[in-house]
Design a protein around this ligand. Sequence first.
Ligand code: NAP
Ligand code: G4F
Length: 382
Amino acid sequence: MNDDSLGLRAATGGRGVPWPVGADGKVVHYGACRSARRRLPRWHATGRDDTSNMSKRAIITGITGQDGSYLAELLLEKGYHVVGVVRRSSAPNLWRIEHLLDRIELRPADLLDQLSILRLIDEVRPHEVYNLAAMSFVPASWDTPLLTGEFNSQGVTRVLEAIRQVDRSIRFYQASSSEMFGKVREVPQSEMTPFHPRSPYGVSKVYGHYITVNYRESYDMFACSGILFNHESPRRGLEFVTRKVTDGVARIKLGLSDSLALGNLDAQRDWGFAGDYVKAMWLMLQQPSPDDYVVATGETHAVRELVQIAFEHVGLDWERYVKVDPRYLRPAEVDLLIGDPSKARQELGWRQEVDFRGLVTMMVDADLARLEKGGVPAQPLA
Ligand code: NAP
Ligand code: G4F
């Protein structure tokens, strides 16, 4: 498959990615044969110039998703050459990165296809790989539990294995999730809290987390797992509760709808802004050694509170519009999530900038603006 077969010619940068420059200012050559590649130093002994982002290349799997789009923006700001992974689909799904298409390179690969991942890593020779691609919607994981495992568990192994075979000095970020805590064993949840996942999604992410830890411990690879709590934005998929609520509120306000059907209003989540959270991903890969970090706000709010703030923001009383529909209840629920981000704050210097109310009102405003401009639901203008 080539870029053309995906209809991506216009969106795809040149294949001639620059070679990295070493600390001595000389171009680093990796050798043409596999045996030479195997002799490459590991991450702690690399001759690469890690102090300058100007020469760095990063691969983002899941670049068409919410986090991928914000991370691509961040890495471009830092001077990276950004390579985004897109999978074949019957219709392109590029709306979140449309504004970046002339500055990033898109390459075809799929987490289900080991050879495509191996070829990608071998051809791009990135300094950093951010593995954000996943089946990320929890309810869908009960409908497709095996496929969810293929994406979210074996998919991680495929990327790690490709890195191991091509160049173990490549730094790796795995998008782990607070869903792994599930039926929580302690409050708040930290890096030391045991996991008790409550969905096939949560179970699949536990595998992804531990295989990342295992490759770090087995092969001395710079592999980090970011245990991120819920993070949202105007680019969030419409099926997730925050976006469903803010889109619903905007529709009701504009007279396009007269009710909003939701599931469990009592569930509590630690919600932050995706734009803040991608900074933590990058910071993890800039540390002297690899580790795992919880990224969260340290606050929790019920879905009911999210609903109340969103309706209040447009001057409406939520109780007149919201209906509970049992179709949106889950076979097993995660009742309460609240993260302890102390380690990320102390070791990474990470801080959130957008608070919960700021996040909800930002999303309502963005949905109002989109709908007023006639934006279609699947392709928000934000
Ligand atoms: P998202 O918007 O659903 O994006 C998922 C991305 O994965 C999309 O780009 C999708 O591509 C891609 N993808 C899915 N299956 C793939 C495959 N087989 N091969 C290649 N790409 C594939 O998710 P997100 O909110 O940005 O989350 C990013 C990551 O963080 C996910 O791993 C998620 O599980 C994890 N996470 C998210 C949160 C959160 O609150 N957002 C919290 C913790 C962890 P298409 O466009 O082709 O569908
Ligand atoms: O927005 P949600 O669908 O997100 P959920 O299940 O917490 O998962 C998200 O966050 C995880 C991190 O903890 C990520 F790993 C995962 O990829 C995803 O990004 O649901 C949040 C809560 C749930 O308790 C759900 O039962 O909202 C409740 N809820 C109530 N009514 C609803 C609805 N959720 C959805 N999607 N739709 C409803 O109508």
